[in-house]
Design a protein around this ligand. Structure first.
Ligand SMILES: Nc1ncnc2c1ncn2[C@@H]1O[C@H](COP(=O)(O)OP(=O)(O)OP(=O)(O)O)[C@@H](O)[C@H]1O
Ligand SMILES: [Mg+2]
Length: 518
């Protein structure tokens, strides 16, 4: 493996602590703790992403024993300065205090030949000072899901952290998947994730909660200098501008989630990136039968705080927490309030643009709202597959709109029959609207194809890849990753990947229900 060029600004420029091993402790006046990954007994490389590797100038020729040593955490590599980050967070609406990277360890910041910076972080690589009572490990099922979805989201055009590789640890990790007294040993695995920065809202909330304004200010200035060099101005005004930029990026991320039917599942403020990237692929899921009230997360099944349709509001609430944390160093609550308003405005604009593209309209007008709302209501009542429904609309013949193209979207034939008439009426209205629209047929088709994925990493597809991987067969994962490289392009011979969720998967753990146990 060629040498990576590390430039560890975070560790170099900010206060951290070292020593003390993985003994759980309150870490004050420090934004990280130096700690090494725990060497794993028998690491194996299960998969790697050529697209992510290219971001740090690696290619197939670099995938060797040294690569495995580095990304399994076995060998310290020259230039790396591993650490666990110190952050807090609001979990399910409540301040949880110090959390920190309990099982994630950043190796360092790699700068590629173009000068782009990539933080490399192992998730599942052993205990840290932030592990509290837990083991610092991750199981194959959860690491594979993170690896798969990170790369799929990238190809879908959704802002996300990336995943470089998936490494089996050779260790067994015990998990009680549904917290119901049935612990089981599962294979362990580490995912190496990458992003220009992995800073979360919680990194700023923690020093703020402790009244440590000095540390907060230092971290804010550092983050803007390193990660937002395009922001002009200085001092407090620049900080306010920065918050507004976080709001805009978060809005774009949320609009993208809503467009593709992604449910994050645990939108705690410690799982929100200040770069507006999707981070922490835990009990996430994909909307199949359309249901804005659905959450895959069984841990949240009662309150459904993080259900699909609620995500825009939760992001706003989370930004409110960040604003409160930043208030002492911005010193201008009105500016922060304007930032929050900017979130709402950007989300509105982005959502309109996404509705226009999904429906194949030149512009999404105010009077198009009932058309969209009715479609959402019908998809929900008739339990239609979200991805397939939107993809089907591409083929509607505006002169003779018929149910035919929608056939593949239904899960229940009785509901299909029950809602046939309102759906037909809707199609007629939609066809009329399309016919009167400024876009020509080819442009409309292209627009719709680029906004409505044909393939998404459906929950059951990931589940199948996991089951096979647990038996040592990684080809199913590779095939799935390959399909998801071009999610908007229909790929001949790969229809099965675009199919509706099969019946067996409807109530199966891991396919429609996931817990935080990972
Ligand atoms: N097995 C574990 N060992 C140690 N700490 C853990 C473990 N699982 C979760 N944590 C810690 O619990 C907190 C909340 O967990 P959460 O499920 O949001 O994160 P995560 O899945 O571990 O990872 P991340 O947010 O880094 O993607 C975090 O501080 C996390 O590091
Ligand atoms: Mg997390």
């Amino acid at each position: 493996m060629r040498k990576l060029h590390f430039d560890n600004r975070f560790v170099r420029e900010l206060p951290g602590e070292s020593g003390g091993g993985d003994v759980p402790r309150a870490v004050e006046h420090a934004v990280y703790s130096l700690v090494d990954p725990v060497p794993m007994p028998a690491p194996t490389l299960l998969s790697w992403s050529p697209e992510a590797a290219a971001l740090i100038d690696l290619d197939a020729g670099d995938i060797d024993a040294a690569f495995l040593d580095l990304f399994s955490g076995r060998e310290p590599v020259e230039g790396a300065q591993p650490f666990a980050g110190n952050y807090g967070g609001h979990q399910f609406g409540h301040w949880a205090g110090q959390l920190g990277d309990g099982r994630a360890i950043t190796l360092g910041e790699v700068v590629n030949a173009q000068g782009a910076r990539w933080e490399l972080q192992l998730k599942g690589s052993g205990r840290t000072p932030y592990s509290r009572g837990a083991d610092g490990r991750a199981v194959l099922r959860s690491s594979l899901r993170e690896y798969l979805c990170s790369e799929a989201m990238h190809h879908l055009g959704v802002p996300t952290t990336r995943a470089l590789c998936l490494v089996g640890t050779g260790e067994q990790v015990v998990r009680d998947m549904f917290y119901d007294g049935h612990p089981q040993a599962e294979p362990g695995a580490i995912v190496c994730r990458m992003a220009p920065s992995l800073l979360r809202f919680g990194h700023f909330e923690l020093p703020a909660s402790r009244g440590d304004t000095r540390l907060l200010e230092q971290l804010v200035e550092f983050t803007i200098d390193r990660d937002f060099p395009e922001l002009s101005g200085h001092g407090r005004a620049r900080r306010a501008e920065w918050f507004t930029e976080i709001c805009a990026r978060t809005a774009r991320m949320i609009a993208a989630w809503m467009r593709v039917g992604f449910v994050h599942g645990v939108m705690n403020t410690d799982n929100m990136s200040v770069l507006g990237l999707t981070i922490d692929y835990g009990p996430y899921g994909w909307i199949e039968p359309y249901d804005p009230d659905w959450t895959p997360n069984t841990t949240d099944a009662q309150r459904r705080r993080y259900r699909f349709g609620q995500q825009p509001n939760v992001a706003y609430w989370n930004l409110g927490c960040l604003a409160a944390a930043l208030s002492p160093v911005v010193g201008d609550d009105e500016a922060l309030q304007k930032g929050l308003q900017h979130y709402a405005d950007t989300l509105e604009r982005e959502s309109r643009s996404s509705h226009a593209r999904k429906l194949g309209l030149d512009q999404f007008r105010d009077d198009d709202l009932p058309l969209l709302q009715e479609l959402h209501a019908l998809m929900q009542q008739a339990q239609m597959d979200m991805t397939r429904t939107f993809r089907s609309l591409i083929d509607i013949d505006v002169r003779r709109p018929s149910m035919e193209s929608l056939e593949g979207a239904f899960y229940d034939s009785a509901l299909r029959a029950e809602y046939e008439e309102p759906l037909r009426n809707w199609l007629v209205r939609y066809a009329k609207r399309i016919d009167a629209d400024a876009l020509d047929a080819d442009t409309r088709r292209q627009r719709m194809q680029a906004a409505n994925p044909c393939y998404v990493p459906r929950n059951y597809l990931a589940h199948q890849a996991i089951e096979r991987a647990e038996q040592g067969d990684l080809q199913t994962l590779e095939n799935l990753l390959d399909v998801l490289r071009q999610p908007y392009v229909e790929q001949p011979g790969r229809d099965e990947y675009a199919a509706r969720r099969p019946d067996w998967a409807a109530q199966r753990a891991g396919c429609s229900m996931l817990s935080c146990s990972s």
